[in-house]
Design a protein around this ligand. Structure first.
Ligand SMILES: [Fe+2]
Length: 292
């Protein structure tokens, strides 16, 4: 069997607003427009990924939160309706997706062998979280490739942020080993925003862009600091800064998705391509690609 490889890793945030504004047939609500800088950033990411061959999207999501340990989708097919609990007015999405169960189980086994608590999700009625769905949809709206979905856990709350991040570094290494043994060419998705302080009220028209801006300047400075490290190829420094960033900017890196991905990519020194940055209800979001 040929040796597998992580061919790219992408920071792929999941604001439901972006799917809402795209008006895909799977989503019930209709929008006029909105959040173009980020939607065009995803367009650039899709164009870039269309130039490489890959077999599977492997996504780690802050919204599949297993309180203890790491879970993996363990059935080949899931189909249902996903409703965002905070924005049911924006996201009621009919999903129908395929899972690369063989690779999912291989990552599970590799993580388990490394001493991590793991479980395969084999409930056919399990509802896939909107973080997984949105990141995968915006990266590959045709859904013509299978996915592997990995849960995040509550380690940051039960222990502390450093403990959780360290365990996600381990999970990243297990993911890398499993992909290499599998023969797959994989694209990784870290499904999260950067700074995550958001507004608590919504306008009459959600896509009214005259209301959209970063929540506060401190958040913006933190986002720019992290993006600068990405652009300079300083993934190791990024990983070392991630606990402070997460706590100071209330960042959505609190699920460990970005730590998992940076570690799986062996903290690459390649300069990341920032396809775009924009805010959604005041949160900072970047679409970023590491081509390995
Ligand atoms: Fe989120």
């Amino acid at each position: 069997m040929k040796k597998g490889k992580i061919v790219a890793g992408c920071l792929a945030p999941h604001p439901p607003h972006l799917v809402y504004a795209e008006n895909p047939p799977q989503n019930e609500p209709r929008a006029e427009c909105g959040w173009e800088t980020l939607r065009w950033a995803y367009e650039r990411l899709r164009k870039s990924l269309s130039q490489i061959e890959y077999d599977v999207l492997v996504v780690h999501s802050p919204h599949w939160r297993t309180q203890i340990g790491t879970h993996f989708l363990g059935l080949p097919h899931f189909k249902s309706l996903s409703v965002d609990p905070v924005f049911p007015n924006l996201f009621r999405y009919h999903y129908d997706l395929n899972v690369d169960v063989e690779l999912s189980k291989a990552i599970h086994d590799e993580a388990k062998a490394a001493g991590m608590q793991t479980s395969m999700m084999t409930n056919k009625d399990f509802r896939i979280d909107y973080g997984t769905i949105i990141s995968c949809h915006l990266t590959n709206p045709s859904w013509n490739k299978p996915i592997v979905a990995i849960s995040s856990n509550g380690g940051a709350r039960y222990f502390n942020m450093d403990v959780m991040q360290a365990s996600m570094f381990e999970l990243g290494q297990a993911t890398k080993r499993a992909i290499e043994k599998s023969g797959r060419r994989a694209v990784l998705l870290s499904s999260n925003s950067l700074s995550h302080r958001h507004f608590v009220t919504e306008g009459e028209l959600p896509e009214d862009m005259s209301r959209e801006h970063i929540n506060n300047h401190n958040q913006y400075l933190w986002d720019m600091k992290m993006i600068d490290l990405m652009k300079k190829g300083q993934a190791r420094e990024l990983a070392e800064t991630i606990t402070d960033f997460t706590e100071q900017a209330v960042a959505e890196t609190d699920g460990g998705s970005l730590s998992w991905m940076l570690s799986a990519m062996d903290f690459p020194t390649v300069q990341a391509e920032v396809h775009g940055y924009g805010t959604v209800i005041g949160t900072g979001n970047a679409v970023v690609e590491w081509r390995l």
